[in-house]
Design a binder for this molecule. Structure first.
Ligand SMILES: [Zn+2]
Length: 60
């Protein structure tokens, strides 16, 4: 069974359909969205890293 659900662009207030179901953003927002995701990943990594450092400090 193929999932025929239409995926919409994840960009806030954007209602465009994405070309590929693996994509998160429409063509218009793909470039912006990807750089935005990278920034998000970086901040998540920073938060996780800080948490790990805190755990190590607590043990010592
Ligand atoms: Zn869009």
């Amino acid at each position: 069974m193929k999932n025929l659900e239409i995926k919409k662009c994840k960009w806030p207030k954007c209602q465009k359909e994405v070309y590929d179901e693996k994509m998160l953003f429409c063509g218009e927002h793909e470039k912006i969205g990807k750089s935005w995701l990278k920034k998000g990943v970086k901040s998540v990594v920073g938060v996780v890293g800080a948490g790990i450092l805190y755990q190590i400090k607590k043990k010592n």
